[in-house]
Design a protein around this ligand. Structure first.
Ligand code: AMP
Ligand code: MG
Length: 417
């Protein structure tokens, strides 16, 4: 018998006739779940949203030639080969400040005092730094050759009319908002955020954060799932804890389908007498997969109700996290137009010891990073959520692989945000 200390045992449910592969479920999600419609977000609150359309510049940024220094605007060629012994002398005819340019022409032998950001006056084409000149009344003696265009930011040098500024699909960064502002865009076309109903089921569950009482435990999954959905750009709403009752579940699913873009069901996803979710989804719509070759989340499933994706997540908290990582998150990110890549940073490191996995299913194994090695965690069991808080991340053993020898370089996905 190979040692199997570090992997999870399936929950005691073997009622699935056939299990779908992870790829089959993923392919069904990709085929049937598309991006939501475009809406407009106020510029101030568009950070982190997904840009729905590529943005091209319709204006020049900056809109005018402007000074990049504090100094004197003049005709650069007139500074020639000036130096301290033979300065080029100019007559000061006015000042230019940001937002308040000099009105008039700068002629030969003339200079305008200017500060950074002020428009370069007509006739002038370069700016001599204050350090490159001395001033005495209206006499400016320049001792630093300053050819045309020196210290001048040209109109359109940042973005010119017609330039591609930001590509569709981009998650808007703070600096992107600055660029959009410069382009005169106050309402930003973004992908609507998916509304995700989280139905939490289980007679044994008390509201999240409750002190356990008798044989009842606090719901752990709703808070975890809410944070995951938010991370993936969705707007979560928790319903429950709901009783393991067919009628209760039916009403909750119908109500959720009417007011959301996707539904996650936590618990009751297996084949036992209290597991109502799969049957109800099949009745209201269709079940695409029920039972997946994925450990520790085999009682996971996927269905559609009035076109909305419904992801069935096992109640065991580790299984729930695993099934969310593989399927729930993908649904939410597809709806929201986000990258399908896992939002976990990956590191490649050697395994500290061998890891055994059964062929024919994907394994999601929690690991720690110790001394630059990937150490599989010995804690097994899909119900041990603290195995994921003790872990630095997880690795995925593909279905066609029976594990890895010690020292094999593996990819570990880190739970860090
Ligand atoms: P189920 O998938 O409903 O059969 O639940 C499997 C196991 O996970 C049971 O031990 C449940 O008590 C537990 N469980 C179900 N839902 C939750 C939850 N929201 N938080 C914590 N544990 C749960
Ligand atoms: Mg249950």
């Amino acid at each position: 018998m190979p040692e199997r200390t570090n992997l999870d045992h399936d929950p005691p449910m073997c009622g699935f006739r056939a299990r779908s592969s992870v790829e089959e479920v993923t392919a069904a999600i990709d085929a049937r779940v598309g991006r939501l419609a475009t809406e407009f977000a106020a510029l101030e609150s568009a950070g982190g949203r997904v840009l729905a359309e590529s943005v091209f510049s319709t204006v020049a940024v900056p809109p005018f030639d402007r000074s990049a220094m504090d100094g004197y605007a003049l005709r650069g060629e007139e500074t020639g080969r000036a130096d301290s012994y033979t300065p080029a002398v100019f007559r000061l005819i006015g000042i230019a400040r940001p937002g308040r340019g000099f009105v008039g022409q700068v002629g030969p032998g003339e200079a305008v005092e200017i500060t950074t950001g002020a428009p370069v006056p007509e006739g002038a084409d370069s700016v001599v730094r204050f350090e490159g000149a001395t001033q005495d009344g209206d006499r400016v003696r320049v001792h630093e050759p300053t050819p045309p265009l020196r210290h001048v930011g040209r109109a359109g040098e940042d973005l010119d009319v017609g330039d591609a500024a930001l590509d569709a699909g981009r998650v808007l960064r703070p600096q992107d908002l600055g660029v959009l502002s410069a382009l005169g865009i106050s309402n930003v076309p973004v992908v609507r955020q998916p509304r995700v109903a989280i139905l939490v089921t289980g007679d044994e569950l008390l509201p999240a954060g409750s002190t356990p009482r008798g044989h009842q435990i606090a719901d752990m999954n709703s808070v975890m799932l809410q944070a995951l959905v938010r991370r993936d750009g969705g707007l979560p709403t928790v319903v429950g804890p709901l009783a393991d009752d067919r009628a209760v579940m039916l009403d909750a699913l119908k109500a959720a389908a009417a007011s959301s873009d996707a539904i996650l069901v936590s618990g009751g996803s297996s084949t036992g007498p209290e597991d109502h979710a799969p049957g109800i989804v099949a009745e209201l719509g269709e079940i695409v997969a029920h039972g997946v070759a994925l450990r520790p989340a085999s009682p996971a499933g996927l269905g559609f109700v009035t076109g909305l994706p419904v992801v069935l997540l096992p109640g065991n908290p580790v299984s729930c996290l695993c099934a969310y990582d593989f399927f729930g998150g993908r649904v939410v990110r597809r709806l929201g137009g986000r990258s399908l890549d896992w939002p976990y940073p990956a590191v490649e490191r050697p395994l500290a010891r061998k890891l055994v996995s059964a062929v024919s299913r994907v394994d999601y194994a929690r690991v720690r990073l110790i001394d630059d090695l990937v150490e599989p965690l010995a804690i097994s069991g899909a119900s041990i959520l603290s195995s994921t808080t003790r872990a630095d991340g997880f690795l995925v053993v593909p279905a066609d692989c029976d594990g890895y020898a010690e020292g094999t370089v593996v990819t570990a996905w880190l739970y860090d945000l």
